[in-house]
Design a protein. Structure first.
Length: 271
C-alpha cells in the first residue's frame, strides 16, 4: 500500500479508516502519469462543477430516475451526467427529463458504451457508475475529495464489506479476478470489476483502451501498472433494480481473458 493511500484517511468521512488501511491499492507516484497529474491537485481543489458522472445505460427504466436523483442530491445538482444509451425502453427519455446528456449508441456491450462515456466529458474529473442503483452516489463527495488529495484513480471496493447483495457466483468470480490480477501485477487489489470509480480525465485520455466486457478491469490495471496513484476505497453495494445485462458465465470468461491479456501487455510494456 502506498503512503499516499494512508494520507487520504483524514478526508474519508463516511467510511471507516481501518477499511481504508486495508484497501489502499498502490501505484508508485513516480510513474509518468503520477508525476504529470500532481500539478492539477496543487493548482486548486476540484468542486462538483468539475465533475462528470458517466454511465452506460441499457434498458434501465426501473433504475435511472433513482440513480440520477441520487447524483443530483449528492452534488447539489452541479455534476454533469452523461448516459451512453442503447435502450429500447424509456431510459433515454427519463434521463433527458432529469437533465442528463444522452448519447445514443447501438448496444455493443458494457465497455463500448463506457469507453464512449468516459471520453465524452470536458470536465477534469470523471466518475463512472452503473445505472442500476447498486452504487452509493452519496459517496461522490468522498471520491472527489480523494482526487483532490492527489489520487489519479479512486476505485470503489465492493468486496471489503462483503457485497452480500451480489449474487454468490459473481462474488466468487470477483474474488478470483482480484487474486489473478494481483498475482499478475505483483500488487494487491481487491475489486477489479467495480463499476464505480473516479478518474482524472487526463488518465482516461492518455491510455488506449481495448477491452469490452473486461473494460472495468482494464481501467484499474493499466493505470496501476503505469505508476498512477490508484487507490481502492470501500463502498457499500446494494441490490440491483432491474435485470443484469451481463451474462455471468460468458461475461466472466471474457473478464478473466481481459485481465490476463492486459496484465501481460502492461508487463511487456515495462521492457
Ligand atoms: N449503452 C449500453 N449500456 C450497457 C450495455 N451493457 C451494459 N450496459 C450498462 O452498463 C452497466 C453495467 O451493466 P450491469 O447489467 O449492471 O452489469 P453487472 O453490474 O455486472 O450486473 C449498466 O448501467 C447497463 O445498463 C450495452 O451494451 N450498451
Ligand atoms: Mg451493475
Amino acid at each position: 500500500m502506498s503512503d499516499s493511500a494512508h494520507a487520504t484517511n483524514g478526508s474519508a468521512s463516511a467510511v471507516d479508516v481501518a477499511a481504508d488501511d486495508e484497501n489502499g491499492a498502490t501505484g508508485s507516484a513516480d510513474g509518468e502519469g503520477g508525476a504529470a497529474n500532481a500539478a492539477d491537485a496543487e493548482s486548486g481543489e476540484y468542486t462538483f462543477d468539475d465533475l462528470s458522472v458517466v454511465m452506460g445505460t441499457y434498458n434501465e427504466e426501473e433504475a435511472i430516475a433513482t440513480v440520477l436523483e441520487d447524483i443530483d442530491e449528492a452534488t447539489d445538482g452541479r455534476a454533469e451526467v452523461v448516459c451512453v444509451d442503447g435502450s429500447s425502453d424509456r431510459t433515454p427519455e427519463i434521463a433527458r427529463e432529469h437533465g442528463a446528456r444522452v448519447i445514443e449508441q447501438e448496444p455493443q456491450g458494457y465497455g463500448v458504451a463506457v469507453r464512449e462515456a468516459i471520453l465524452t466529458p470536458d470536465r477534469p474529473v470523471v466518475v463512472t457508475t452503473d445505472c442500476d442503483d447498486t452504487y452509493p452516489m452519496e459517496a461522490l463527495p468522498e471520491f472527489l475529495a480523494e482526487i483532490n488529495d492527489g489520487a489519479d484513480v479512486v476505485s470503489g471496493d465492493r468486496l471489503y464489506h462483503g457485497a452480500d447483495a451480489m449474487p454468490a457466483f459473481n462474488r466468487f468470480g470477483n474474488h478470483a479476478f482480484a487474486a489473478i490480477a494481483s498475482l499478475l501485477m505483483g500488487e494487491g487489489v481487491h475489486d477489479t470489476t467495480t463499476g464505480m470509480r473516479a478518474y482524472r480525465r487526463d488518465v482516461v485520455e492518455e491510455i488506449g483502451w481495448t477491452e469490452n466486457t473486461g473494460l472495468s478491469a482494464e481501467l484499474l490495471i493499466r493505470p496501476l501498472m503505469r505508476g498512477y496513484d490508484v487507490r481502492e476505497r470501500p463502498i457499500r453495494y446494494a441490490e440491483r433494480l432491474g435485470e443484469t445485462k451481463l451474462d455471468p458465465i460468458g461475461g466472466g470468461a471474457a473478464i478473466a481473458k481481459s485481465i490476463v491479456t492486459v496484465c501481460l501487455e502492461e508487463q511487456l510494456r515495462r521492457f
